[in-house]
Design a protein around this ligand. Structure first.
Ligand code: ATP
Ligand code: ZN
Length: 225
């Protein structure tokens, strides 16, 4: 029996989105304390449970209807959506709102020595990435062939290590690229954090709580403009 009367919200346990996700919910009046050891944090003043997980797990938890809401980067969300569509798995969700944090871009980058004209300069080359689906969609739209080197971490060291000719990775300031002798050539996807809802039918009570939460989120974001 996994259904719950309490609204379940998945947030990143620890990482770039976790603090802002918690701050947003607290600003919306949800009172909770997280225990670092615990997966679930129960709100004291509302029927809400926070599920603290790896960010990569959040889209699937929402798409499978295991949780009602999730706060996640659009990059991870769309990567998972394309992946699931190609596997014939459930990939439906409703995006309630784009949030005002977690901004970053998924970009192509190549070593300083590389003479880059445009994305076609990468024809037939090997590109290291943690986002194979977003990269493939971009390259297919342009009709460029490439080979993949799938890495979940240390993507930026792949060219120097001789594993790939270029990379497709998340960038915010570009300092990491610079430190690894790379330069950004093309933004392929711009991302912000967003809040998504499962397509699972909700009880009236839960839907009302979701509506209340969403209108408070709108208020908080408008106020910090
Ligand atoms: P987890 O342990 O939860 O899997 P992670 O290492 O995959 O964490 P983080 O590095 O914490 O993830 O990044 C989470 C999300 O933060 C990214 O998917 C992206 O949406 C957003 N983000 C914002 N700025 C950056 C950045 N400069 N680099 C990477 N991600 C960023
Ligand atoms: Zn992750």
């Amino acid at each position: 029996m996994t259904a719950s009367n309490r609204l379940r919200i998945a947030i990143q346990k620890s990482g770039r989105l976790s603090e802002e996700s918690q701050k947003l919910l607290k600003k919306c009046g949800v009172k909770f304390n997280v225990n670092e050891q615990r997966l679930i944090a129960h709100a004291d003043n509302m029927p809400i449970d926070l599920l603290r997980v790896r960010d990569d797990d959040i889209p699937g938890l929402v798409m499978d209807g295991v949780v009602d809401l999730g706060i996640i980067g659009e990059n991870v969300l769309e990567e998972e959506e394309i992946e699931r569509q190609s596997l014939g798995m459930p990939s439906e969700y409703q995006k309630l709102k784009q949030l005002d944090f977690g901004g970053c871009r998924l970009s192509l980058a190549v070593p300083k020595e590389f003479t880059y004209q445009d994305a076609y300069s990468l024809e037939g080359l090997r590109i290291a990435t943690s986002y194979p689906n977003l990269l493939r969609r971009f390259m297919q739209n342009k009709g460029i062939n490439f080979r993949s080197c799938l890495l979940k971490g240390s993507v930026e060291v792949a060219p120097r290590a001789g594993l790939a000719d270029g990379i497709c990775d998340l960038v915010s300031t570009g300092a990491t690229l610079e430190a690894n002798g790379l330069y950004e050539t093309e933004v392929i996807y711009r991302s912000m954090a967003c809040i998504i809802q499962s397509q699972q039918p909700q009880s009236d009570e839960k839907q009302q709580l979701i509506d209340t939460l969403l209108s408070r989120i709108n208020g908080v974001i408008r106020a910090r403009g």
